[in-house]
Design a protein around this ligand. Structure first.
Ligand code: NOJ
Length: 451
């Protein structure tokens, strides 16, 4: 692949930026409902106005173009296209995304479209616990391929299914807000089937281009060379990225999950396996942070035992913070070398399948415009993480095809409301003005120097 084909982009998602939730015929999503539950969102806010991208998308595309990006990752809102989840198509929703896609193309920006970034139509009864939702997703995906597939050639089915399943159905943190130690495995299973149904439609329809998935993963560095620590690190990665990726290659969950969970892990039927195997043209990676992993309970007081949420008993991995690592405003440790190691792990496990970094970025405390313009932490984060990604690509020969910075502008950061700032551009709910930050220019230079 020639150097200039590398994709440099920014990433966003529908509920986090669009606003206009009651406009243009959009239906209700589980996040609209969840935000209304008292105490769910840190500042009591919701995505009803967000960045008002629905009305200001032209300004936003211009900002992306001025950055020098040749790609933009955004998501389609399922309830904007199918207000009830299934059935009647909303022409205004289709028209909105047509305008956005056409504007991107006019600016020479390739659209990378995520079909699902957590805003499930409220009407999909029982959500991801129901196989019907997976079926409905396949139908919805086909509608999107038919409507946009002439111009969109880079698709992602699902964003961070780990979060949908674990935070939504395990830890009661994300919509729909369920706490349970078993249901995440069911939700994950249906999410994977949803991916499979969508890809089946894509391939059967002969649409041009490629389709993949955006899975998230932190790096887990073995604490020592002790075999228990090495296996703990491997187990943590298989329970994180492997859970949502192995089935797309083998039709099975990772071996370390199967051996620990036995009958608690659902199984794919022979037909479903057939559908899933080979169902991804590339792998997306959303990555932000790293920690040590150990198979032994920590001895020192500074250690934390944090498994992957409610499933930590199943994993039995002790996660230990990396000493001295600075933390972002999400309290996530900044460990650039973790990205290179993770890219190598993925490349090795999945036979050098093409990879896109579909998200990477930094939340920094920015109480005012001045601090946003001098966002030193974010500038350094981007420089250092991108340098490690480039080492993986150029020195380790990982087939890395692109990098999408999370995110274009400050937006609705789920349960943190508008209190966490990831944007290259400042955008506050009070003013909605777009003000490029220091990191906007840093990223622009990185793109220029690498392009
Ligand atoms: C993960 C999600 O995909 C995105 O929606 C979120 O805003 C960022 N990472 C930061 O938490």
């Amino acid at each position: 692949m020639s150097k200039s084909h590398f994709i440099w982009g920014t990433a966003t998602s529908s509920y986090q930026i669009e606003g206009a939730v009651r406009e243009g015929g959009r239906g209700v999503s589980i996040w609209d409902t969840f935000c209304q539950e008292p105490g769910r969102i840190l500042d009591g806010s919701d995505g009803s106005v967000a960045c008002d991208h629905y009305h200001r998308f032209q300004e936003d595309v211009k900002l992306i173009a001025d950055l020098g990006c040749n790609g933009y990752r955004f998501s389609l809102s399922w309830p904007r296209i199918l207000p009830d989840g299934t059935g009647k198509i909303n022409p205004e929703g289709i028209a909105f995304y047509n305008r956005l896609i056409d504007t991107l193309l006019e600016h020479g920006i390739t659209p990378f479209v995520t079909l699902y970034h957590w805003d499930l139509p409220q009407n999909c009864k029982y959500g991801w616990l129901n196989r019907e939702t997976a079926k409905a997703f396949g139908e919805y995906a086909k509608i999107c391929f038919d409507a946009f597939g002439d111009r969109v050639h880079n698709w992602m089915t699902l964003n961070e299914s780990w979060c949908s399943a674990v935070l939504g159905y395990g830890l009661d943190v994300f919509a729909p807000g369920i706490q349970d130690s078993h249901l995440p495995y069911i939700a994950a299973h249906n999410l994977l089937l949803a991916h499979g149904f969508a890809v089946q439609k894509f391939r059967a329809g002969g649409y041009p281009g490629e389709i993949g998935i955006a899975n998230n993963c932190d790096w887990r560095e073995p604490l020592t060379c002790d075999p228990q620590d090495l296996e703990a690190s491997e187990r943590a990665l298989q329970f994180f990225y492997g859970w949502y990726t192995d089935p797309l290659f083998t039709g099975e969950y990772p071996e370390l999950m199967r051996s620990r969970l036995g009958k608690r892990l659902p199984e794919f039927s022979a037909d479903e396996k057939k559908m899933l195997i080979g169902s991804t043209d590339f792998l997306g990676l959303n990555h932000y942070t790293s920690s040590y992993a150990s198979g032994y309970p920590p001895q020192n007081a500074g250690s934390e035992v944090v498994g992957n949420g409610g499933l930590s008993d199943d994993q039995d991995v002790y996660l230990i913070p990396i000493p001295g690592a600075e933390k972002t405003d999400m309290n996530w440790a900044i460990v650039p070398w973790g990205l290179r190691k993770l890219l190598n792990w993925i490349a090795k496990r999945y036979k050098n399948t093409p990879i896109y970094i579909t998200e990477n970025g930094c939340a920094a405390p920015e109480p005012d415009e001045e601090s946003a313009k001098n966002d030193i932490m974010r500038q350094k984060y981007l420089r250092d993480y991108i340098a490690e990604a480039m080492k993986a690509k150029n020195e380790d020969k990982v087939d890395l095809r692109g990098y999408f910075c999370w995110t274009l502008m400050d937006n609705f950061e789920w349960t943190s409301g508008y209190m966490r700032h990831f944007g290259l551009v400042r955008c506050t709910p009070e003013k909605l003005d777009r003000i490029p930050k220091g990191s906007y220019y840093t990223y622009k230079n990185i793109i220029k120097n690498n392009g």
